[in-house]
Design a protein around this ligand. Structure first.
Ligand code: GDP
Length: 445
């Protein structure tokens, strides 16, 4: 994943420090040199690397490290703080207009992920109670309007497309019409998707800049593909000069990019990274938190994002129903199966593990864990009668044997499932009572 190599190299660098008590200036210099190389190899812009390592070196040679109980840990802390800084410091949220509709314009190269982002943003805003309208002001690409319509349908959001013969071919006109339409029909946010080109060119900038002038957006989001590596800085600067923007969206952070774009763009442009796009599905999208991202890069864990993803994936009505069942002690194996299936919706276990501190080593082991586990669980539960699913207490030896035969597994498999179910039911009861659940071998989560 993005930052994988960078994370590993930084971890190695810090490992070398760990066994040292006091750090000599030579230790600090060696560490800083390794950090510099790791960042440059990750395609982080040279100027950014230089400023970063200069600051880290100065701080690491200062009092806060020499007086620290654990100097190595203090260096990691400094790197963490400085990473947060270059990623933009604090999180910046969308600004909503006091005089709706709030207009959000998207700009970026072709293929950067603007249209996909339009859908992601719309879905995310709708979940939050907003009423977004998508506008296709990308009239260059023949399929752009249809693509936005498809995305809008997936997101459950309305799409404004020009009427034939009225403003077709003129994105500025279309964008203006759309805002009037939104005001009349009481949509509270308008997301304007603009045309991109494969490379930066004057016409593209002129058009984007004209749209900006015409619609006076509250936010202009510059969408950049994290995979473009070294080109990120030049592209971002060109868009800043040509159109200017209020925030950055990093797309394709799920890819195998080295992450340099992410680490360069905020500090080079002085504009905050506001969102991250992490896949092709409309749910692969999250607000960007510099501190959490830094923690992920340094493998310090990102528990908060993990919890938020879990909350997003769980259907609220279903969660309420389950809570009620737990409270009344009527949680069944069918509910258990449903929960496992919901967990699957949370995305790959692998991705989730990336957010847990120090979880890198576990990742490989668990690569295919979830899928097979769910398939097996499904098979076993489907071999049970409805009564058995409702009342697991009925499952005596002969019933377990029949179930095992029915699904082609062993009695031990069935026993294990029942045991896991009982553990889950117990754990959820603890949570329901406000306690902290224990994961075996991990302590409280
Ligand atoms: P546009 O030309 O800027 O509108 O870009 P699109 O939204 O059409 O995206 C270009 C391609 O990138 C499409 O195939 C998208 O499915 C894909 N894409 C967009 N965002 C992401 C992302 O976060 N991760 C991945 N893996 N693919 C993405």
């Amino acid at each position: 994943a993005t930052f994988g190599t960078l994370s590993d190299r930084l971890a190695d660098t810090f490992k070398n420090l760990r066994n040292k008590g006091k750090l000599s200036p030579a230790d600090v210099d060696g560490t800083v040199r390794e950090i510099r190389r790791a960042l440059l190899d990750a395609d982080v812009a040279f100027d950014v690397v230089k400023a970063f390592t200069t600051t880290v070196r100065e701080r690491a040679l200062g009092d806060e490290v020499s007086k620290a109980l654990n100097p190595a840990q203090q260096v990691v802390q400094i790197v963490n703080e400085e990473l947060v800084e270059i990623l933009g410091g604090t999180q910046r949220r969308l600004e909503f207009s006091k005089n709706p509709p709030t207009v959000i314009m998207l700009a970026g190269l072709q293929g950067a992920g603007k249209t996909t982002l339009a859908g992601k943003l719309a879905k995310w805003l709708a979940k939050d109670g907003h009423t977004p309208l998508l506008v296709a002001a990308d009239l260059q690409r023949p399929n752009a309007v249809q693509q936005l319509q498809v995305v809008g349908e997936q997101a459950g959001a309305a799409v404004f497309a020009p009427e034939p013969g009225n403003g077709v071919g003129d994105p500025v006109k279309v964008a203006k019409q759309a805002i009037k339409f939104a005001r009349d029909k009481v949509y509270d946010t308008v997301i304007v998707d603009t045309a991109g080109r494969l490379g930066v060119d004057a016409d593209l900038m002129k058009q984007a800049s004209n749209i900006r002038k015409a619609v006076d957006p509250d936010e202009v989001l510059f969408v950049i593909d994290a995979m473009i590596g070294q080109d990120a800085v030049a592209t971002a600067k060109a868009f800043q000069e040509g159109v200017d923007f209020t925030g950055v969206v990093l797309s394709k952070l799920d890819g195998d990019a080295r992450g340099g774009a992410a680490l360069s763009v905020a500090s080079v442009t002085g504009r905050p990274i506001m969102f991250a796009s992490t896949g092709e599905s409309l749910d692969d999208f999250e607000p960007f938190h510099p501190d959490r991202m830094a923690s992920r890069i340094l493998d310090l864990g990102d528990i908060l994002s993990l919890i938020e993803q879990a909350q997003q994936a769980f259907d609220e009505d279903e969660a309420m129903a389950v809570a009620q069942k737990i409270a009344t002690d009527s949680f069944t194996l069918d509910d258990f199966l449903k929960q496992m299936q919901q967990l699957r919706k949370m995305g790959s276990i692998k991705g989730m593990l990336g957010m847990l501190p120090g979880a890198k080593g576990m990742r490989e082991q668990l690569e295919n864990f979830d899928e097979r586990e769910i398939v097996r669980t499904e098979a076993i539960i489907q071999s049970m009668t409805p009564q058995e699913r409702e009342l697991p207490k009925l499952l005596n030896g002969s019933r377990r044997l029949r179930i095992a035969k029915g699904c082609g597994m062993t009695v031990t498999d069935v026993n294990q499932l029942v045991q896991r179910f009982e553990q889950a039911a117990k754990m959820m009861k603890t949570v329901a009572k406000g306690g902290v659940p224990q994961v075996p071998g991990m302590g409280p989560i």
